[in-house]
Write a protein of this length. Structure first.
Length: 303
């Protein structure tokens, strides 16, 4: 009996070819690296003043001016402890209470007056609407300093100087054209069918404004509230012109009192107070920032 043996030649294993790196991929990585480095550079420039203020608040006043170091070698807390003693027999809390009153009063006035005005321009048809809206937008072109002297003369004759009325009355009369424009553009995107359905149920303009339009305009209202609060809290020119008594000063004016009559300033206390003054603004923004990204549909579902 014979057996036949068949032998086959062993085939050497094939090695997969190494893919060549595309030149476009290298350029994309280089561009991405350059973009990130540029973003980090811009971030460093933006954050440098904040870091400088943070470090200077723990330095003695004599080391703040002319020092190149961001952070002190021997930090001190005397600047913050000095805030508890007040300035010229006035408590620091007084300045913060005045600023809070001014800022919250401005927010309430802007939300009420500007939303009502925006509803009239966006949802009600009346003669001269487009002309009046154009004139209102045109007020954005007027510099604040042009109206400063006639307004001061008017409030002086009304004996309202050294009160908060000149600072707040404009907020309740919808003089902030930017926020009116912001709300008008938002309200114009709301479906007209909502108004028609409400009218069939017997609702008037005030009920439509309060029960339908305002809940859907929550993102625009929150945005206006945030910017109004920040602008009022940081306002320096208005309180400087209309407020005369140190007991009515806001935080921005209170920091001026760290300078004595001879022009020598307590930079340590001034910077410490400016750092503390950032906390209410930061807290207000963090509390309402999530509403900035809410859309109209999301607000409608939640309402």
């Amino acid at each position: 009996m014979s057996t036949t043996t068949t032998t086959t030649a062993a085939t050497p294993p094939t090695t997969p070819a190494t893919p060549r790196r595309s030149p476009d991929l290298g350029r994309k990585r280089t561009g991405s690296l350059a973009w990130h480095l540029g973003a980090l550079l811009v971030l460093a420039v933006v954050l440098y003043p904040v870091i400088w203020v943070l470090g200077a608040s723990f330095k003695p006043s004599r080391e703040i001016i002319g020092s190149l170091e961001l952070f002190p070698t021997s930090p001190i807390l005397q600047n913050f402890k000095g805030l508890a003693d007040g300035i010229a027999d006035i408590s620091i809390a007084t300045f913060f209470e005045n600023s809070l009153f001014y800022a919250l009063g401005s927010v309430v006035g802007i939300l009420i007056s500007c939303s009502l005005t925006a509803y009239a321009f966006a949802r009600i048809r009346f003669a001269g609407r487009n002309l009046m809206f154009s004139l209102m937008i045109g007020t954005l072109l007027l510099p604040y300093h042009v109206l400063l002297i006639p307004q001061y003369v008017m409030f002086q004759k009304m004996e309202l100087i050294n009160t908060y009325v000149p600072l707040l009355i404009g907020k309740y009369l919808a003089t902030e054209a930017f926020f009116v424009f912001l709300m008008v553009q938002f309200m114009r995107n709301l479906p007209k069918e909502l108004d028609e359905a409400a009218r069939l149920d017997g609702c008037g303009h005030l009920r439509i404004y309060w029960s339908i339009v305002l809940p859907l305009c929550r993102p625009a209202l929150i945005t206006s509230a945030i910017f109004t609060f920040i602008n009022a809290w940081n306002d320096f020119m208005g309180p400087l012109i209309y407020l005369n008594e140190p007991g009515k000063y806001t935080v921005s004016l209170g920091m001026m009192m760290f300078r004595d009559q001879e022009g020598v300033a307590n930079y340590g206390g001034m910077i410490a107070m400016s750092l503390v003054a950032l906390l209410p603004v930061l807290a207000f923004f963090l509390a309402f920032q999530r509403y900035l990204i809410d859309g109209m549909a999301t607000s409608g579902l939640k309402g």
